[in-house]
Ligand binder design. Structure first.
Ligand code: AMP
Length: 326
């Protein structure tokens, strides 16, 4: 089944002269890595084809990976094959013009709640979409070419979406596929430095987060990155959102949450956990996502308080009914 779908995708790619690759908005390492990695593989394998990555937003944090392609006129989408990667639902696409393309292929590792696309290859057990692109390459090695640049993009996505290979979704195959990329000769020192070196100002922000964060009775850690805090530290929306990662390593705190004031008055919620599943909680608040990494939106402070109370109840119940958590 998996092979059949991959084969169909390869056949479609061969059929088209123009392929446009898309991803979700507010891109992370996996969204950028998988689209740019796929672009490089296709360009190297089919030099006669036009292969573009076209999206409507970008990430400052990942700017070191280089830019995407220049916009094209709407009518130029019509004869193209769209490949949309790492985008669970069509409404999360950064560039909605993928619908102008003649056919749409979806490649993704999120839960397939609202299927879309003419051909859809979804494997939600995969640690990243990049892992799927490497699997695709590995399956058709005799027809596809991997370059050092492609390997760097894809490794970047595999590393970032798996929490440096420590999330539950990492399998033996994840590491075997990552190994293929390492064999190409990636400059790991530079990639890790680009991804993980910290500016001193961001460390000062981190210390403020620990001062300001709160903890519920059973240990749900949360922080509200309100407008005042964003202004005090001169945070972009992306930097504000990244604050969630500071709460992740607290022993006994199995759920941690960042609430971030959006410009439109709503509050973005980033929910993270270990052991406990939080996506149902996210669904209750206009969101969804993975077992241990979900997103939601609150439209008032009351709703935010209600979410905290629900998280506390879930957390306390989990702790009382389970053993072995840390
Ligand atoms: P985030 O905290 O925004 O990075 O979200 C974590 C994960 O939850 C993402 O990978 C998305 O798959 C998912 N997610 C975030 N927001 C939503 C939403 N509103 N609806 C469904 N899934 C979401």
């Amino acid at each position: 089944m998996q092979y059949e779908i991959m084969k169909k995708i390869l056949e479609k790619i061969k059929e088209y002269n123009k392929i446009i690759i898309f991803r979700h908005f507010r891109p992370d390492g996996d969204a950028i890595g998988s689209t740019m990695g796929l672009r490089e593989i296709l360009r190297a394998s089919f030099p006669e084809k036009t292969v573009l990555v076209l999206n409507a937003d970008m990430s400052d944090y990942l700017a070191f990976l280089g830019g995407e392609d220049e916009p094209i006129a709407d009518e130029e989408y019509a004869d193209a094959l769209a490949i949309i990667v790492d985008t669970g639902t069509a409404d999360r696409a950064s560039n909605k013009k993928f619908t102008l393309c003649r056919e749409v292929v979806k490649i993704d590792h999120h839960i397939d709640d609202k299927p879309y696309g003419d051909i859809s290859w979804v494997e939600d057990f995969r640690s990243s979409s990049c892992e799927m692109i490497v699997k695709f390459y590995d399956t058709f090695r005799d027809e596809l070419k991997m370059t050092k640049e492609a390997a760097t993009f894809l490794y970047c996505g595999m590393v970032t979406d798996s929490g440096r290979f420590h999330f539950r979704s990492v399998s033996g195959e994840t590491l075997r596929l990552a190994g293929i990329l390492l064999d190409v000769g990636i400059d790991i020192d530079t990639l890790y430095a680009q991804l993980y070196l910290r500016d001193f100002d961001s460390l000062k922000l981190e210390s403020y987060v620990y001062e300001k964060m709160q903890m519920t009775e059973s240990g749900v850690a949360y922080i509200y990155v309100d407008r005042a805090m964003q202004e005090r530290f001169g945070l972009t929306q992306e930097e504000s959102s990244a604050v969630v990662s500071h709460l992740e390593n607290i022993r006994g705190s199995l759920i941690w949450i960042a609430f971030i004031d959006n410009k439109d008055g709503s509050i973005r919620v980033r929910l993270r956990s270990r052991f406990v599943t939080v996506n149902e909680l996210a669904s209750k608040y206009h969101g969804g996502g993975h077992d241990c990494a979900s997103g939601a939106t609150c439209y008032s402070h009351e709703e935010m308080q209600a979410l905290i109370a629900d998280a506390e109840a879930l957390h306390a119940k989990y702790k009382s009914e389970n053993e072995g958590w840390l």
